[in-house]
Design a protein around this ligand. Structure first.
Ligand SMILES: C[S@@+](CC[C@H](N)C(=O)[O-])C[C@H]1O[C@@H](n2cnc3c(N)ncnc32)[C@H](O)[C@@H]1O
Length: 257
């Protein structure tokens, strides 16, 4: 796929990273990761973003069937990395309210409730002191524009943005190759696990961003995987769960249906 060898839009500094081309014609991931971080488009650190990008590339190399999902997109930084790492025709679906994060619940601990209180009281600060993304009214349009700036206009790269609460919008009925879960709270995480894991392809992977960050996310993961789901746990920059690649089909999808 042709990607113009020019600085990413917004990268006006003379030393702005150039997207180095790989032999296969797809851009190298480290400059993209550096750029989304420099532009304050993500809450993830460099290792976590590279982890996601490399996992997407590995799924492409191994031809793991199914779509890519991100649940929790915010300003779009990690979504850009996934979009750049994937092949053009591989569907990528981005789920988010594209507004203020929904309230936590009983499954979340005091850390989460304190954070939510700060957010709803209007006191949350954005990255670099900018307006907190959850207070913006144009987040959906911002993510579409950002993907386009990185030469991944959604309409031409099989990327779909789904606005709304995961609880209302996430309805999976097709194989999933990889899902990046970054929804912070208990219900957000549990909803994604219950609805996505049964549809993971053999070799398919779930990456959980917040296992070590938020109590509710950790609790949801621990509860859900306390039962054998046919996945092995791996520790990379973040926690991964990988469906046994030798399985020819998932019995869990039948159970879920
Ligand atoms: C930490 S941010 C995502 C960060 C992003 N991946 C990045 O690269 O910085 C979490 C996002 O998940 C969204 N979210 C959390 N729970 C949700 C739910 N139940 N339904 C829809 N969106 C949710 C929030 O609104 C927020 O945009």
């Amino acid at each position: 796929m042709a990607v113009p060898a020019q600085p990413f839009p917004g990268s006006s500094a003379p030393d702005a990273p150039q997207p180095r081309r790989r032999a296969a014609g797809r851009p190298a991931l480290p400059p993209v990761v550096a750029d989304v971080r420099r532009r304050k488009l993500t809450y993830l650190d460099r290792r976590a973003l590279l982890d996601i990008g490399r996992a997407v590339r590995a799924a492409e190399r191994s031809q793991v069937p199914g779509m890519l999902i991100e649940a929790g997109t915010a300003l779009g930084g990690s979504a850009v990395v996934m979009a750049v790492a994937k092949r053009r025709r591989r569907p990528l679906v981005l789920y988010d309210v594209f507004g203020t994060i929904p309230p936590p619940g009983d499954g979340d601990g005091p850390d989460v409730h304190r954070r939510y209180d700060t957010i709803v009281s209007g006191q949350a600060r954005g990255l670099g002191g900018e307006t907190y993304y959850g207070y913006r009214g144009d987040l959906y349009e911002h993510v579409v524009a950002t993907l386009t700036e990185y030469h991944r206009p959604p309409a031409h790269h099989a990327i779909t943005l789904v606005r709304g609460r995961f609880e209302d919008t996430l309805s999976i009925d097709a194989p999933v190759a990889l899902a990046h879960l970054d929804g912070d709270w208990y219900s957000s995480t549990m909803t994604c696990l219950e609805r996505i894991v049964p549809f993971l392809s053999p070799g398919g992977r779930i990456i959980i961003d917040d296992y070590r960050a938020w109590s509710g996310c950790r609790r949801a993961v621990d509860e859900y995987f306390a039962v054998d789901r046919g996945c092995r746990r791996e520790q990379h920059a973040r926690v991964h769960f990988v469906r046994d690649p030798t399985e020819t089909m998932s019995p869990y999808a039948q159970q879920a249906g």
